[in-house]
Unconditional design. Structure first.
Length: 529
């Protein structure tokens, strides 16, 4: 969210807070804003500024509540409503964001930023044609907007119009040569090879004294990919490491909290606990959950299954974590859910997921990797759902995460030791689920899928209760929107190099190895926890 300009007549404390926000001194801005609102709790500009601060540190629910308060006090506060739309988009509630944006655009129809956000939100619910048409209209009237060209590139990439997507990213870079995210977007296609001129341009961008942190870490990630493609592992790692270190300063992630959460989940979701609630959830068999670590092959599995006539691929749905967050003192609080609540939660999941459905195929995929953390709850609310665990060699998987810049949601991925602990906790909870619900999870090892694709595809389809269809072996020919970093890779046949990409970087992976411990030495088996 962008700070509103404040007239000079505003209270000096609020002016000081605005300057602190502008300088990204959030620790200075927060007490000033809270002090001001204690004296004047109805100051909607101050409420909006506090919401902006909450959004910058990822407290989007707090930001939503504050913005709704500002709009309640001042229904015509268009800037706050626009901020609310952005927060709802970031909370993965695109339909609600669109409702707010329609009103905002009615009041401020010529604002390029609002139209850009609407197009992105349309993409989230599968409205790709409408989103592309909106981008085209915006760029026809305002062709010198590099960030709009970049967002247009994202949408074109998603629907498989790769050459046009590359051209859009290149147009963004031509307008803003140091726009790090556009360079990273090109790198993130995984199919674009940078030439000497590209490397020189990125290095020149990094040398700029006025470069923002966001542009800097995006350029580091992009240069890392460019140098890795040239087999310059040491130089590539330096850039990956620099980008991750800078990105880590901007996210709040505590590995001890993940470990404690898994401890509590294991203690709560025992065999007896699950047995006592068996059958209480929604009996619909529609969902197929693909979960595990990011960069472990989940998009490949989704593309294979989406090539089947009975299965629809959607996207990474936020519904399961959202339902979990509603439970007070989760996961232990699941024990206090009243009779009927598990079924109601399962039915609500299906209603919310239906927004993403575009076909009448009987099954659909939710491929949010982080759903592993909520697997016991998912099993309780949707006991007939199919579960697939996408697993990949710890070093290959974790290093692939380390060199992947995620826009949000993967705070563990910006330090090798954090990554190793996260992978270990994921394996630990999945091992517990295997013990208390044997056979619930079908596990797909990425290396096995690469080694013998047909055997693994047949086993996967059998586990899902689906008849074999040859199209599942020609998944790269399936035309569908893919909204993850692997979008272009899954439009190609499987290649073996993906299993070995970490090996040139092994000399710098000791912190990861230490954190993984015996999870690494036992792979693909699992140690006794």
């Amino acid at each position: 969210m962008q700070s509103a300009a404040l007239p000079a007549s505003y209270h000096p404390r609020l002016m000081e807070a605005a300057l602190a926000l502008y300088d990204n001194r959030l620790h200075d801005a927060e007490p000033l804003l809270k002090q001001h609102l204690k004296a004047d709790p109805f100051d909607v500009a101050a409420i909006r500024m506090l919401a902006e601060l909450a959004g910058r540190i990822g407290r989007y629910k707090d930001a939503e509540n504050l913005l709704r308060r500002a709009i309640e006090l001042s229904p015509g506060f268009t800037a706050a409503r626009a901020n609310l739309a952005l927060v709802l988009y970031r909370l993965n509630r695109p339909s609600e964001a669109l409702d707010e944006l329609d009103r905002v655009l009615g009041e401020d129809p010529d604002n390029v930023g609002h139209a850009n956000l609407k197009a992105a939100a349309l993409g989230r619910i599968g409205g790709f044609d409408e989103a592309i048409a909106l981008y085209e209209a915006v760029l026809e009237s305002a062709p010198d907007q590099p960030r709009v060209w970049m967002s247009f590139g994202h949408m074109l990439k998603t629907v498989g119009r790769l050459a046009e997507g590359v051209a859009a990213y290149r147009r963004a870079i031509a307008l803003a040569p140091a726009l790090g995210e556009a360079w990273w977007s090109l790198a993130n296609l995984k199919t674009v090879k940078f030439d000497d001129a590209d490397l020189a341009a990125m290095e020149a961008g990094l040398a700029r004294a006025d470069l923002s942190d966001e542009d800097r870490f995006h350029l580091d990630f992009a240069l890392g990919k460019a140098l890795e493609d040239r087999r310059q592992a040491e130089a590539a790692f330096r850039h990956y490491d620099a980008g991750n270190r800078l990105r880590r300063t901007r996210v709040r992630y505590e590995p001890d909290e993940t470990q404690a959460f898994v401890d509590r989940s294991i203690a709560t979701f025992t065999r007896d606990f699950l047995d006592a609630r068996a059958g209480q959830g929604c009996p619909a068999p529609d969902p197929i959950f693909i979960l595990g670590m990011p960069r472990a092959g989940s998009t490949l599995i989704e593309q294979i299954l989406s090539s089947h006539s009975q299965v629809e691929g959607t996207t990474e749905l936020a519904e399961a974590p959202m339902l979990a967050r509603r439970i007070e003192d989760y996961p232990a609080g699941a024990a206090a859910l009243p009779p009927g609540e598990l079924r109601a939660m399962g039915e609500e999941y299906l209603r919310r997921a239906a927004v993403q459905r575009q076909t009448d195929r009987p099954y659909f995929i939710d491929k949010l990797p982080n759903n592993w953390a909520h697997l016991p709850l998912i099993h309780l609310i949707l006991p007939r759902a199919k579960i697939i665990d996408a697993r990949r060699h710890p070093l290959g998987c974790c290093f692939s995460n380390f060199k992947q810049h995620f826009a949000r949601g993967q705070g563990f991925s910006y330090a090798l030791d954090d990554m190793g602990r996260y992978y270990r906790d994921y394996v630990r909870l999945m091992a517990h689920v295997d013990a208390v619900r044997p056979g619930l999870v079908h596990r797909v090892f990425y290396e096995a899928m690469v080694e013998d694709t047909e055997a693994e595809v047949r086993a996967l389809l059998a586990a899902m209760g689906l008849a074999f269809e040859p199209a599942c072996l020609e998944f790269h020919k399936t035309e569908r929107a893919v909204r993850t970093p692997s979008s272009e890779q899954v439009r190609q046949p499987i290649f073996r190099e993906g299993t070995e990409a970490w090996q040139p970087f092994e000399p710098w992976l000791d912190p990861l190895k230490v954190a993984l411990g015996d999870v690494l030495s036992n792979y693909p088996s699992v140690p006794d926890f």
